[in-house]
Each structure stands twice: as structure tokens, then as C-alpha cells.
Design a protein around this ligand. Structure first.
Ligand SMILES: C[S@@+](CC[C@H](N)C(=O)[O-])C[C@H]1O[C@@H](n2cnc3c(N)ncnc32)[C@H](O)[C@@H]1O
Length: 288
């Protein structure tokens, strides 16, 4: 996730965090300067469990799809403040070592409330709008991008939302190790990094292994909603989703879906539209 045009005030206040950061579309962040990988650098910005950790999963769980790569990112003073105050309450480390009880995680909602996982929320502007529009649904938003985590937590607090939880780390490990089969009402993957170079295609998150896993975590009737502005990736998504036996296309013609009203414009979508890209939504339902 790159912040293309940071506000001057934000840039002046920004401090670097040694955490993970994706890179397919370029980033402002500098690589680790001390020769260590950003993953192994200590999370000194947030000591003693007060903020998201640099590498919550360590090397305990295999990452077969490396859809993001470690980078340094900068957090503004406001993002850091939000993380320090709100992470202990609303943050979830993706350590891969425990099963999440969703009723406990969303203890502000009635037991059995639907939960939607958003993978790769970026700065979280669209996430917070969807959460505000649907307060009876728990939104579990996962990303590795520390500034975005701070931004989302701060915005959720400002809007008085209690249905947002922010997960730090690899969403694939969250799905595989920490969420029960059939536990999610929906999964959203909006504008995932397109990894346009052929040799990087294996880094794209939407591929058969991921889709099978995602389908298994959805409850019957649950929706897997993807969107992209990258035409070849859209075609790949359509193929992979169509080939998954556990899913069915919500579109009778087996094609892309019209943009649903409930999906707000996202930051990366706007960047794609500015370049004249065409946006495709894909809406697939978990079969009974
Ligand atoms: C291109 S950005 C899109 C952000 C946002 N959805 C939007 O449309 O503005 C993709 C995001 O996915 C995140 N990401 C990539 N792979 C991930 C993974 N395995 N787990 C969690 N987040 C991931 C990146 O950190 C990045 O913020």
C-alpha cells in the first residue's frame, strides 16, 4: 500500500515503523537501513504489546503465497496515537497460534452476529464507511500496513463505531489457522496488489489455493467479493472463482457483477480510474 500524495503535515510528523509493507504499486517507504530484513527488526515503535508487532507469525507458519513483501512504513503522529490507544482494545495479532472466537472478538454485538473479513484494507476509508452503513455486522479488517491500521482505528473511533476489529499480518494465515470453517458471512478482497510482472504472478492473492481456503471459511450462502482494476487479474479471478466447486457465481451469465451500491470507492480504485482502467467486481456465493 503506498500513500501517493501524503499531506505535508503528515509527512513532517511521520515516523518509520519496521514492519511489513506491500510493494507492487510502488511505495514511499524506504528499505531497512540496518541490513536486517524489516521482518526481523524489533518493533521498537510500539513496545510491550502496545501496538501491532513487526512480525506476529514469526517463522512458525508457512507462507506459500507471498502477496506482500516486508518494507518500512511511516506512521503519522495521529496514526501512532490511535494505535497506542486503540490497538490493545481492537487489535488482533495474526500469530497463527490460536482459533479466534468471533462472538468474543465482537463482544459489542449480539452473539451470532455476521462477521465479514476484509483482506487488504489499505488506509481503510472504504472499510469504515461500510462498517458505518452496516452496524449489525462485525468487520474484521486485515492488513500488514501499519499507517492504514492506525488510520482505520482512528476513523472508527471518530465515527463511534464498535463493529470494527483490525488484524495485523498475513490474512491467509488468519484464514487458515485462526478462523473456523463456515464462520464468515463474507470475505472482501478489494483491489489486491496486481503484481503485473509475469514472474510475480505467483504473488497474486487470488489463486486456487486461496480461493479454496476462503470458500471453506464462508458459511453456506456467504459471499466472496473481489474487485480489481487490472484487466488480466480480473480474468484470472473469474477463472479461478468459477473453477472452485464450493462457489457459485451470483451472475446468471457467469460473468462479472455490476458494481454493488454498498461498495464505496476505494483509494486504489480511484488511482486505477484516474489511469483510465476499467473496474470489475466479482461476487461469488458459497454453495449450501
Ligand atoms: C493495492 S492495496 C489495496 C488497498 C485497498 N483495498 C484499496 O482498494 O484502496 C492492497 C493491500 O493489500 C494488503 N495485503 C496484501 N497481501 C496481504 C495479505 N496476505 N494479508 C493482509 N493484507 C495484505 C497490502 O498491505 C495492501 O494494503
Amino acid at each position: 500500500m503506498s500513500e501517493k500524495n501524503p499531506q505535508p503535515a503528515e509527512a513532517a510528523e511521520a515516523t518509520e515503523t519496521p514492519e511489513t509493507h506491500p510493494g507492487a504499486r510502488g511505495a514511499l517507504a524506504a528499505p531497512a537501513r540496518d541490513g536486517r530484513s524489516a521482518h526481523s527488526a524489533p518493533g521498537a515503535m510500539f513496545p510491550d504489546g502496545t501496538g501491532p508487532s513487526a512480525n506476529p507469525v514469526g517463522d512458525r507458519h508457512e507462507r506459500r503465497i507471498r502477496s506482500f513483501q516486508p518494507r518500512r512504513s511511516r506512521v503519522t503522529a495521529a496514526q501512532r496515537d490511535a494505535l497506542l490507544r486503540l490497538w490493545p482494545k481492537w487489535g488482533v495479532e495474526i500469530d497463527g497460534d490460536r482459533r479466534l472466537e468471533l462472538d468474543e472478538l465482537f463482544d459489542t454485538l449480539p452473539p451470532g452476529s455476521p462477521v465479514i473479513l476484509e483482506i487488504g484494507f489499505g488506509m481503510g476509508e472504504a472499510t469504515v464507511r461500510m462498517a458505518a452503513d452496516d452496524p449489525a455486522t462485525g468487520i474484521l479488517a486485515a492488513d500488514v500496513h501499519t499507517p492504514g491500521q492506525g488510520n482505520l482505528l482512528g476513523q472508527a473511533e471518530r465515527r463511534g463505531l464498535s463493529n470494527v476489529r483490525v488484524a495485523n499480518g498475513d490474512a491467509i494465515i488468519l484464514l487458515r489457522e485462526m478462523l473456523a470453517p463456515g464462520s464468515l458471512a463474507g470475505i472482501r478482497v478489494f483491489f489486491p496488489d496486481p503484481w503485473p510482472k509475469k514472474r510475480h504472478h505467483k504473488r497474486r492473492i487470488v489463486q486456487p489455493e486461496f480461493v479454496e481456503l476462503a470458500a471453506a471459511r464462508l458459511r453456506p450462502g456467504g459471499l466472496l467479493h473481489c474487485a480489481t482494476d487490472w484487466e488480466p487479474y480480473a480474468e484470472q479471478m473469474l477463472q479461478v472463482l468459477t473453477d472452485c466447486p464450493a462457489l457459485e457465481n451470483t451472475q446468471a451469465d457467469g460473468g462479472f457483477a455490476p458494481r454493488p451500491d454498498f461498495r464505496p470507492l476505494t483509494r486504489f480504485e480511484q488511482q486505477g480510474l484516474d489511469k483510465g482502467h476499467i473496474v470489475h467486481d466479482l461476487l461469488f456465493r458459497r454453495r449450501p
